[in-house]
Design a protein around this ligand. Structure first.
Ligand SMILES: Cc1cc2nc3c(=O)[nH]c(=O)nc-3n(C[C@H](O)[C@H](O)[C@H](O)COP(=O)(O)OP(=O)(O)OC[C@H]3O[C@@H](n4cnc5c(N)ncnc54)[C@H](O)[C@@H]3O)c2cc1C
Ligand SMILES: *[C@@H]1O[C@H](CO)[C@@H](O)[C@H](O)[C@H]1NC(C)=O
Ligand SMILES: *[C@@H]1O[C@H](CO)[C@@H](O)[C@H](O)[C@H]1NC(C)=O
Ligand SMILES: *[C@@H]1O[C@H](CO)[C@@H](O)[C@H](O)[C@H]1NC(C)=O
Length: 497
């Protein structure tokens, strides 16, 4: 009964957006003004599919790309921060001829290790173990691809095998367990997993990263600059694709009713939108929590299984500013602090309610900003981290620095912190390859699969980082997923002609 509106034309004045059957121009609603939504819109507009609207729940565009002002037009990133890789990275490919990227220039092995009792651990020992770990991650893909268990158990097995080789006999065994904790913490901070026993070794080996520099930055302009390339604004006025004009902010979609011909989308303020096609780009976290209330009828079982079994992780970040850096500004000698916790100080932290500190995988230098350190967090305590007050966050950090450095430090200023896990429009940070996804044989392809009618017409399409077949979790994966969804619609009409 809802689709009796089919032959009406544009009743936009009563807030409805109706299908224009006369003009035969298909109408498209894109849910989400993040990278994948913008990329889909760009590709559609370029192909003259201009009858579209982008609905965004937040009061800003960008989604998980969120550059925030630090001072005088300089930005830091609460969301995506680095362009990971050059070859096959669509963001690098589009922009590198026109933008002079910065680089954070760190690789994990160059960390400065500190012990919680304030004594300096032997740096060579720590770096050797770390080097062994990263070599396994990089070089043992074939063996990993045959391994049924978790990345954690694979890493432990391989690291101990290596340490038993004669050339490593001299390594001090006492430190190894605490170094392994720190390596797991790095890995959780990278994947967003709660534990490295949740990551599937086999699936991880299947995905290659884009080759090249893994830590290119947009310097002080922030990652949001990528949108100037998606909209072609960076290439001048005549090329500009005006997507902004199609975006409606503060429009939270609460229901998507679909049948074999069209969709009716309802936002939380009661507005209804009718369209021929919808591209859904909200995060896997949003899907996990809300897919049953969002879709009417319910999604097919294969998709529900994929939503439930693919993992959506959470990391945290915060930036603190020191009046005067107490670390070396020479990048060859300092890129990051890594914390090794002894049991005694761990107990003390637990006693004093500072357990969230265990989730800090390290403090890193920030490209372009010598007075800043950036903490990266992974593991089980992200929820706790997001809920503590700013004052406690700083107090606990000072407590930790003083323990680990063995001297007092001046109180830093909190500049930014993230709260992605508790934001209802994200509910985490990005997807990762889980043991469950392997067990249930689900992956991005199931999340990406379009709901079509019996004439093969795409009705409900899915884009977003977690749906990308090649680079899930990454910003460049989000872009290609948006292009893919747009092309499914474009190809349907082109083939029909
Ligand atoms: C802390 C953090 C660090 C990261 N670091 C990097 C990095 O260094 N390099 C890298 O390549 N990638 C990084 N990523 C990943 C990258 O940011 C994402 O892969 C990418 O931005 C995802 O884009 P998307 O379009 O898939 O999703 P999103 O950006 O989440 O876009 C979806 C949009 O949908 C909106 N939405 C949600 N629910 C609704 C609703 N009901 N109605 C309407 N709108 C809704 C959301 O508000 C959002 O704007 C990072 C992500 C985070 C969070
Ligand atoms: C879009 O429409 C314009 C104007 O009608 C036309 O010149 C152009 O070739 C079309 N582009 C595509 C990709 O169809
Ligand atoms: C600090 O901890 C390390 C590792 O447990 C230990 O080897 C060292 O002796 C301790 N130093 C002091 C001063 O307690
Ligand atoms: C992680 O592993 C634990 C222990 O096996 C399990 O209980 C939990 O459900 C897993 N979490 C995810 C997200 O896979």
């Amino acid at each position: 009964m809802y689709f009796m509106f089919y032959n009406l034309i544009f009743l936009i004045n009563i807030g409805y957006y109706l299908i224009d059957a006369e003009k035969m121009e298909p109408s498209i609603v894109i849910i989400g003004a993040g990278l994948s939504g913008f990329s889909a819109a760009a590709r559609l507009i370029e192909n003259n599919f201009t009858n579209l609207i982008v609905l965004e729940a937040e009061d800003r565009i960008g989604g998980r790309v969120h550059s925030v002002k630090y001072f005088e037009g300089n930005f830091i990133d609460n969301g995506a921060q680095w362009i990971h890789g050059e070859k096959d990275n669509i963001i690098y490919q589009i922009a590198h001829k026109y933008f002079d990227f910065g680089s954070t220039a760190f690789d994990q092995v160059d960390q400065t290790f500190l012990l919680s009792n304030g004594s300096k651990p032997d740096q060579n020992t720590c770096r050797k173990v770390l080097e062994i770990a990263y070599k396994i991650l990089e070089d043992d893909d074939d063996e990993m691809e045959d391994y049924e268990g978790s990345l954690g158990s694979f890493m432990l097995k391989k690291i101990y095998e290596k340490l038993n080789e004669p050339q490593y006999k001299k390594i001090n065994r006492q430190l190894i367990p605490v170094i392994l904790n720190s390596i797991e913490s790095d890995i959780n901070g990278y994947y967003g997993s709660k534990s490295w026993f949740n990551i599937s070794a086999k699936l991880d080996a299947k995905y290659d990263e884009a080759k090249g520099n893994q830590h290119l930055t947009w310097k002080k302009k922030g990652f949001i600059t990528v949108f100037d390339f998606i909209t072609k604004k960076a290439f001048g006025k005549s090329n500009y694709l005006d997507i902004q004009n199609k975006v409606q902010l503060n429009k939270k979609v609460v229901n998507i009713k679909y049948d074999s011909n069209e969709v009716m989308i309802t936002t939380s303020d009661g507005t209804k939108y009718f369209a021929n096609h919808v591209i859904f780009t909200a995060s896997l976290g949003v899907l996990k929590k809300y897919h049953r209330s969002l879709f009417n009828p319910n999604l097919p079982q294969y998709k529900i299984t994929a939503i439930e079994k693919n993992a959506f992780g959470a990391v945290g970040k915060f930036f603190i500013e020191f009046e005067k850096p107490f670390w070396s500004l020479d990048r060859d000698s300092f890129v990051a602090y890594s914390f090794l916790w002894n049991e005694a100080e761990k107990k003390e932290a637990i006693r004093d309610n500072r357990e969230w500190l265990f989730s800090i995988s390290g403090f890193f230098i920030v490209d372009q900003y010598p007075n800043l350190l950036e903490a990266f967090l992974g593991g089980e305590k992200i929820d706790e981290f997001e809920k503590i007050s700013n004052e406690k966050l700083i107090d606990d950090c000072v407590w930790m620095f003083e323990k680990f450095l063995g001297n007092s430090i001046a109180k830093p200023k909190l500049i930014q912190r993230t709260k992605w896990l508790n934001n209802e429009n994200f509910l985490g940070t990005y997807s990762y390859v889980s043991v469950d996804a392997y067990k249930f044989n689900v992956g991005p392809k199931d999340l990406a699969k379009t709901l079509k009618n019996s004439d093969d017409k795409p009705i409900v399409l899915f884009a977003g980082e977690a749906t990308d077949l090649k680079f899930p979790s990454y910003a460049h994966g989000a872009v290609t997923s948006g292009y893919r969804a747009a092309h499914e619609i474009i190809d349907y009409y082109i083939e029909d002609d």
